[in-house]
Ligand binder design. Structure first.
Ligand code: PMP
Length: 395
């Protein structure tokens, strides 16, 4: 029977890393997968994480199951991080620790399918390529709304608003909380206000994918959109990932935080979230969430983590500037100043599929086919080679 199984296509992004690892050229550069790298090209384990692990290792060991939604203390500290210090007055909350942001998206998708089978989830065009896959796996229909204006390398705000105004009431709109992947372009504070108003007016359920809190302008600054929704007081689903901002990629740490209008609604939503989790992975792994909870509850560790997060953010934003400066210095045709206006790990470079292919084949520089560059993969050691190669393929 199993000989009838067809080969699945390689994952568009993770597949590139497989190809990168197999590439024998020593000068190769991987700017594809969304993993932070320091100035030496290494993905560091944060000092705050190591310290938290030492504290946990010195404490009592407990390998019994966690509750279905994870440690209750974890959901509480996460909600404070996401919604701000006033989170307890911000509504009635349900929450769960999920295996990464992807786990949270899948649980939310299962929840939507079970409870709102008629609802379509609207995704930005473009979006993270795994979004459509996760919703399709949960049998949730998706459609897209315009987001990116290729001509101006900016948010297609008017088209986006016009699309929101036509979405059927009861549908779900998925927005990137900050550091939009893949474009790096986020709404301004004023645009968030207009989005929140339009979403509420249409009777849509807002769903914010918040995978990069702290990677854009700061922990609170990056939560501007989430908090604008929260302050408006309607229902809200937020899916956090702590892969990037705590550097906990392989520990699989994420969270769902759901704000509801009443206590009864929050209790019912929690029960349905738990039901979705139980049938999916039963209950979450403990270690990564224990690290996050330990750091967020300890003032010193939290300060250390916030400094480490700022350093990652500053390095990325610094590399954005260096990328633009280096392209200019090499006389590469085109205005690349938009790269410094983008936020987070990614930059939509405007490179075409053909140029991306040439970069890989001729220069061993790996970029996602859409032209998305992981700015955090640039280092002082590789930036000149990268901009020289870009110059060669665009000229
Ligand atoms: N959402 C977006 C927009 C992402 O970019 C990512 C990570 N690439 C995720 C969710 C999932 O993160 P995790 O690795 O924690 O599952």
């Amino acid at each position: 029977m199993l000989e009838t199984v067809d080969l699945a296509p390689r994952d568009a992004i993770l597949g590139l890393t497989v190809a990168f690892n197999e590439d024998p050229r020593s000068e190769k550069v991987n700017l594809s997968v969304g993993v932070y790298q320091d100035e030496h090209g290494k993905t560091p384990t944060l000092g705050s994480v190591v310290e938290a692990e030492n504290i946990l290792a010195a404490g009592p060991s407990n390998k019994a199951y966690l509750p279905i939604s994870g440690s209750p203390g974890y959901s509480e500290v996460v909600q404070e991080l996401v919604f701000g210090p006033e989170y307890q007055t911000a509504g009635h909350l349900a929450g769960a620790h999920t295996p990464g942001g992807t786990g949270g998206l899948r649980v939310a998708a299962d929840f939507l399918h079970a409870n709102f089978p008629q609802a379509t989830v609207w995704l930005s065009e473009p979006t993270w390529p795994n979004h459509p896959s996760v919703f399709a796996a949960a049998e949730v229909p998706t459609k897209t709304y315009p987001y990116f204006d290729q001509q101006t390398n900016s948010l297609a705000f008017e088209q986006m608003l016009a699309a929101i105004e036509k979405m059927p009431a009861g549908d779900v709109i998925l927005l990137h909380g900050c550091c939009h992947n893949p474009t790096g372009i986020d709404p301004t504070a004023k645009e968030w206000q207009q989005i929140v108003q339009a979403v509420a007016k249409r009777g849509l359920l807002p769903f914010l994918d918040f995978a990069y809190q702290g990677f854009g302008d700061g922990l609170d600054e990056d939560a501007a959109g989430v908090r604008e929704f929260r302050n408006a007081g309607g229902d809200l689903i937020v899916c956090s990932s702590f892969s990037k901002n705590f550097g906990l990629y392989r520990e699989r740490v994420g969270a769902l935080s759901i704000a509801c209008a009443t206590n009864d609604a929050a209790t019912a939503v929690q029960s349905q979230i738990n039901r979705a989790i139980r049938a999916n992975y039963s209950n979450p792994p403990a270690h990564g969430a224990a690290i996050v909870e330990t750091i967020l509850r300890d003032q010193n560790l939290r300060e250390t983590w916030e400094k480490e997060l700022s350093a990652m953010r500053d390095r990325i934003n610094g590399m954005r500037q260096q990328l633009v400066d280096s392209l200019e210095a090499k006389g590469v045709p085109g205005d690349y100043s938009f790269i410094t206006r983008q936020r987070g790990m990614f930059s939509f470079s405007g490179l075409t599929k053909d140029q991306v292919e040439q970069l890989r084949e001729q220069y061993a520089i790996y970029i996602v086919g859409s032209g998305r560059i992981n700015v955090a993969g640039l280092t002082p050691a590789n930036i000149d080679r990268v901009t020289e190669a870009i110059g060669a393929v665009v000229s």
